[in-house]
Design a protein around this ligand. Structure first.
Ligand code: HSE
Length: 372
C-alpha cells in the first residue's frame, strides 16, 4: 500500500478531508502517516491499525519516504517544504489544498467530475502535482461545468456571495460572535412587540460602529453587513479572488491557451460554509432551456438542477439547503432580456466539501487506482 503522509489534518479543511476519508474507507487502501508542524512524537489520535506517532512535518527525510503527500497546511508550508523536497529528487505525488503551486506548468488543478481527462493525461505524462482549485471556481464548475465541457460558453460573469468559512475557522467564530453581539444590543426591544424598528436599527448601527464590536479577524463588521473585496489587490482593479476565476477555470478545463473570458466581483456575506454565485453566461448559440437543464444534469452526479420557481429556489438553492452535503445546486436558469444566448444561473455548494476537501480525497483514490 502506498505510504501517504497527511499534513494539516487538524485544520478545518484537513478535518473535513479526514472525515470524508473515514466515510469512504480510504484508510484501508493506504498506509497513512500523520505529520505535525508542532507535535511530532505525540500519539496519533485516530483509530487506525498500525498507525505511527505523529511525524515532524519539517523533517525532509521523513517526507521523502512518502509515496504521496496530502497537504492542507497552507501556502506558507508548501512554499517552504516543497522546493526542498523536490530539490532532493523526491518523485512522489504532492496533493495540495493551497494555491502555492496551482498555476505552475507541472501542476494540474483537480476537479475530476469536470476534468478527469486532463487528470488522466497528466498522470500518463508523469505529472506528480495535483492541486485543489479555488473554492469559488470549483463550485462554479460543479454547477455549470456541463456547459463548459460542451464548449457552449462564450463568456461568463459571476457575482459571488462567499461564506465565512473561506476566510478560515476563526472568521466563522467571529461572525457568530458579531451576530450574537447584534442580538444582544437590542434583545429587550425585540421582546417588546411595540418597540420601534427604527430604534432597533439605530442601536444595531451603533453596535456595529462601536469599538467593542469584535473585528479582530475580519477587520470589518460582517454581520449586518457585506464585504465587497476578497483577498489582496493585484493592481489591475481585480481582487486576487476575482483573478482566479478566469485563470483557474481555464486551467482546470485544460484550455489555458484558448481561454473562455470569465470575470466578476467577489463578495463576502454572512453565510457560514457554502459559497453562492449569480452567473450571467453568454452562450455560443441559443441553446433551448430544456437542453441546458439536461447538459447541466450531466455535469456530475452531485450537480442538482433546481427548477426556476420561487418555492424550489428558496428551499433547495440556498447555503442552508446544501451545507454539509456534496450536492451542488444550480438554478434560477432562464434566458435573459438581452437575448436567447444570454443565460442567468445561480449556484451554491459547500465550500469545505467540493470547494476544498473532496477533490483532494478523490485525487488520492485516482492515484491509488493509477498505481495499482
Ligand atoms: N479564497 C476563498 C474565500 C477560499 O476566501 O472564500 C479558498 O478558496
Amino acid at each position: 500500500m502506498l505510504k501517504t503522509g497527511l499534513i494539516g489534518w487538524r485544520g478545518m479543511v484537513g478535518s473535513v478531508l479526514i472525515e470524508r476519508m473515514f466515510s469512504e474507507d480510504n484508510f484501508r487502501s493506504i498506509h497513512p502517516y500523520f505529520f505535525s508542524t508542532s507535535q511530532a512524537g505525540a500519539s496519533n489520535p485516530f483509530d487506525i491499525p498500525d498507525s505511527q506517532p505523529l511525524m515532524d512535518a519539517f523533517d525532509i527525510s521523513c517526507l521523502q519516504a512518502m509515496d504521496i503527500i496530502i497537504s492542507c497546511q497552507g501556502s506558507v508550508y508548501t512554499k517552504q517544504v516543497y522546493p526542498e523536497l523536490r530539490g532532493l529528487g523526491w518523485a512522489g505525488y504532492w496533493i495540495d489544498a493551497s494555491s502555492a503551486l496551482r498555476l505552475n506548468h507541472d501542476a494540474i488543478i483537480v476537479l475530476d467530475p469536470v476534468n478527469r481527462s486532463v487528470i488522466d493525461a497528466g498522470l500518463e505524462s508523469g505529472i506528480k502535482n495535483f492541486i485543489g482549485g479555488n473554492c469559488t471556481v470549483s463550485l462554479m464548475l460543479m454547477g455549470l461545468g456541463g456547459l463548459f465541457k460542451e464548449d457552449l460558453v462564450e463568456w461568463a460573469s459571476s457575482m459571488t456571495y462567499q461564506a465565512a468559512s473561506g476566510a478560515g475557522s476563526n472568521n466563522m467564530r467571529e461572525l457568530i460572535m458579531q451576530m450574537g453581539r447584534l442580538e444582544g444590543s437590542v434583545s429587550d426591544l425585540l421582546n417588546d412587540p411595540k418597540s420601534s424598528i427604527l430604534e432597533i436599527d439605530r442601536l444595531t448601527r451603533e453596535c456595529i460602529a462601536s469599538d467593542k464590536f469584535p473585528i479582530t479577524e475580519w477587520n470589518q463588521p460582517l454581520a449586518g453587513n457585506l464585504l465587497p473585496w476578497i483577498d489582496s489587490e493585484i493592481g489591475n482593479g481585480q481582487s486576487r479572488e476575482e483573478f482566479k476565476n478566469q485563470a483557474e477555470t481555464n486551467k482546470i478545463l485544460g484550455r489555458s491557451n484558448n481561454p473562455v473570458a470569465l470575470d466578476g466581483l467577489c463578495v463576502r456575506v454572512g453565510a457560514m460554509r457554502s459559497h453562492s454565485q449569480a452567473v450571467t453566461l453568454k452562450l455560443r448559440q441559443d441553446v433551448p432551456l430544456d437542453d441546458v437543464h439536461a447538459i447541466l444534469r450531466n455535469t456530475s452526479v452531485w450537480t442538482r438542477v433546481v427548477q426556476n420557481k420561487k418555492d424550489a429556489s428558496l428551499t433547495e438553492l440556498t447555503p442552508a439547503a446544501v451545507s454539509g452535503t456534496l450536492q451542488v445546486a444550480v438554478g434560477r436558469l432562464r434566458k435573459m432580456n438581452m437575448g436567447g444566448q444570454y443565460l442567468s444561473a445561480f449556484t451554491v455548494g459547500d465550500q469545505l466539501l467540493w470547494g476544498a476537501a473532496e477533490p483532494l480525497r478523490r485525487m488520492l483514490e485516482i492515484i491509488i487506482e493509477f498505481e495499482s
